[in-house]
Design a protein around this ligand. Sequence first.
Ligand SMILES: *Cc1c(COP(=O)(O)O)cnc(C)c1O
Length: 431
Amino acid sequence: MNYYSLNKKAPNTTFKNAVIKGLAPDKGLYFPESITPLPEDFFKNIDNLSNIEIAFAAIKQFVSPEIPEDVLKTIVEETLSFDFPVIQLNENVSTLELFHGPTMAFKDVGARFMARCLGYFNKDNTNEVTVLVATSGDTGGAVANGFLGVKGVNVVILYPSGKVSDIQEKQLTTLGQNITALEVDGVFDDCQDMVKRAFLDEELTSKMQLTSANSINVARWLPQLFYFMFAYKQLHNSHKNIVFSVPSGNFGNICAGMMAQQLGLPIRKFIASNNKNNVVTNYLKTEEYTPKPSIQTISNAMDVGNPSNFIRIQEIYKNNFADLKDNLSSFSFSDEETKEALAHIYKTYNYVADPHGAVGYLGCKEYLKKNKDVHCVFLETAHSTKFLDVVEEVIKEKQPLPEQIQEVMYKTKVATKIGSYNELKSYLLNN
Ligand SMILES: *Cc1c(COP(=O)(O)O)cnc(C)c1O
């Protein structure tokens, strides 16, 4: 598959190149040249397919021929070595649990897939690649874990000081080896801006091969379409008219869901559930897209003021506002509402959600007020113990720490503080 730049001022390129470069030379995000729907039979027979078979069939067109089929099979198997269960809360609402991977957030899948693609592309190469990534919380841990020990790849993670949870910080600062953490005096948008600036800095890019592992990278973004198929497989026999409520920040996950729909997955509608960082909610109301500085909330992985993947969503709907609105609703919720939802879900269903999942649940509830004939699946994008402070305060009970989390809690944080782009640059040039 070849990819074009959404800024349309750079040559089309291969999957391999798109992964290694991250962003096109004209600063545009890459998008696949074509999307061929899967045969109808695929969805009819989905009960007979394993997760690995589903994922392999769904992603193949986007990565071939550069990733040969036998290699792809191994990559998919290694990426998906855990479960993606759907838990039904009531007749109209289920949750899709995406937190059973090593860092307990959904980003494990994209990070593991991308790390393995890059490892394959780099196998005979003596030139090192530096993965530069900004995180609002979970990306850092997932990327650190996914890329740990991958030959020829160094990972540099930028995170906003004091604005990620303790567990998230431990996950991205304690691994060592080829993983380095930079603690930025600023908010997530500052981290993201520095990363974007580095990619455009010719002095840097002439000296090193930089790539990104944010959802702007096609190998991080596209595998997220698997989740929606796994949920469909579990639900389609008992429920028609499935809608997904996706707690959204950079809009990579929901945009991948829309790609699954383009492949033919029968999804009735998407709901972008936002915290108070609500550029997209406002856009759907007013047709005006106005990025804003990000606001800190208790669902911090969604504290994004200018979602980088929204332009891909525009492309899917060919910039047609009416078509987009047909397929996408969006609601925004405050921290207070999120906490109330957490408490309510616990009291009513004895289910412990995390703040992001709770925002997704609220999106379902809001949508169901006017649409009774659907089954709404909200994505539980992280495990509740990753946000221990908030969750324990709200449900007023101690939470046991899962094994994956215990492992990192007692390790020592190693991070270098930086405050400006120039400090990032000199760090990259001198290390
Ligand atoms: C990253 C993240 C999100 C937001 O996902 P996007 O693809 O950026 O929209 C939501 N919840 C959690 C827990 C996350 O880590």
